[in-house]
Design a binder for this molecule. Structure first.
Ligand code: CP3
Length: 340
């Protein structure tokens, strides 16, 4: 097995930074569309052979150092009772938004049987990977998943979610606690099925104030991490907003904090307790740019992180669907040529 990713996640010395990219199994690849044109997104997630095919695309076409399960963070909300659909150009939608105590009470929490397809997909993927590179499992963080359940889909300002948090905090907390329970169970299901690492995505944490982040997001992530059957499975905590929230995130004791592109990565790393690795933090927009710019930005980050134990190269957020495939491939080549 190529152990670069796991070594870096556990803050061990590696000969070069390992690399994978958030949303690497997605729409920027023409081969993704060949599959997507035949099935809906949820069909792809729920059919283990297809989920495995998509997971393997960046492994085979890009040569990254870790694979990530093809799924979505919103499958936990669906399993709890959310009526989830994905529509081209609209994005995710819950047709039955959760906005009242009654709605929250109606959500179910013993739902692992409804997520069994993910365990099945993990087993197929591990057969295909055959020990070559580690597989990352993932789940959405309670605040981010709550925002989709409450808003009924994507949102720019999270107005309804924040209204619930501020006017009816006990309802928001009840909802968050339910999502946190399902999320911990779900990640433990993935660990039992054979993933080699897990990442928690709190994509929209940046929308929260310092106090609200601690009350409505962080404490539930802390609870989830405390409930994981971690053994030798590194836990990666990602949020947009980690440049600000990293000191709080560290208190949940993840192995890795995944950092957005606003902060200097070495400064963040040096500010964390020893033994917490960092992942990041290229601005995904550099992948639209000319190749010399792509190379310059990668090398700038790598020179800054030269010789650091505990650095995984990634983007600060996911690859956009219209980024040229060729540029991503070039970036991976530049990254893999580098030696500490
Ligand atoms: O990283 C990977 O390649 C693994 C697969 C993965 C997907 N979604 C596939 C996907 C992962 C890790 C996610 C996580 C996810 N899903 C997040 C957190 C990560 C992040 O980028 O912040 C969020 C916020 C979601 C919710 C979600 N799902 C959104 C906002 C969208 C896209 C809406 C749009 O149309 O732009 C999705 C759909 C989705 N998830 C797609 C893929 C490949 C596209 C589906 C399609 O082909 O139509």
């Amino acid at each position: 097995m190529n152990t670069l990713f796991l070594d870096a996640a556990f803050s061990k010395q590696t000969e070069r930074p390992p690399v994978w990219m958030m949303r690497q199994a997605g729409r920027f690849m023409p081969e993704y569309w060949e599959i997507k044109n035949k099935y809906s997104f949820l069909e792809m997630c729920k059919t283990p052979e297809i989920a495995a095919d998509v997971t393997m695309l960046p492994v085979d076409l890009l040569g990254i150092d870790a694979a990530i399960l093809f799924s979505d963070i919103l499958v936990t909300g669906e399993a709890m009772g959310g009526d989830l659909s994905f529509t081209q150009g609209v994005g995710p939608r819950f047709a039955n938004p959760v906005r009242t105590l009654k709605d929250v009470d109606a959500l179910e929490v013993d739902v692992l049987d409804r997520l069994q397809y993910v365990a099945d997909a993990i087993k197929v993927i591990q057969q295909r990977l055959n020990g070559s590179i580690p597989l990352i499992g993932f789940a959405g963080a309670p605040f981010t998943v709550m925002s989709y359940l409450v808003e009924g889909g994507s949102s720019k300002d999270f107005k309804l979610t924040k209204l619930l948090m501020h006017n009816e905090p006990e309802v928001a907390h009840k909802l968050l606690a339910k999502i946190a329970k399902v999320t911990a169970d779900y990640l433990n299901l993935q660990i039992a099925a054979g993933v080699n690492a897990v990442q928690i995505f709190d994509s929209w944490a940046l929308a929260l104030s310092w106090n609200d982040y601690q009350e409505f997001s962080h404490r539930y992530i802390q609870e989830i991490i405390a409930n994981l059957n971690r053994k030798d499975i590194p836990v990666i905590s990602f949020c947009k907003g980690s440049s600000v929230f990293a000191p709080i995130m560290a208190t949940a004791k993840p192995d890795v904090i995944s950092v957005d592109w606003n902060a200097d990565l070495l400064n963040i790393k040096n500010s964390l307790p020893a033994g917490i690795a960092v992942q990041g933090n290229l601005d995904p927009h550099i992948l639209y740019a000319n190749k010399p710019v792509i190379k310059r930005e990668i090398l700038r980050l790598f020179e800054r992180m030269r010789g650091e134990k505990g650095f995984i190269c990634n983007l600060g957020h996911g690859i956009m669907p219209d980024i040229p495939f060729d540029n991503v491939k070039y970036a991976i080549e530049v990254i893999k040529e580098f030696k500490y």
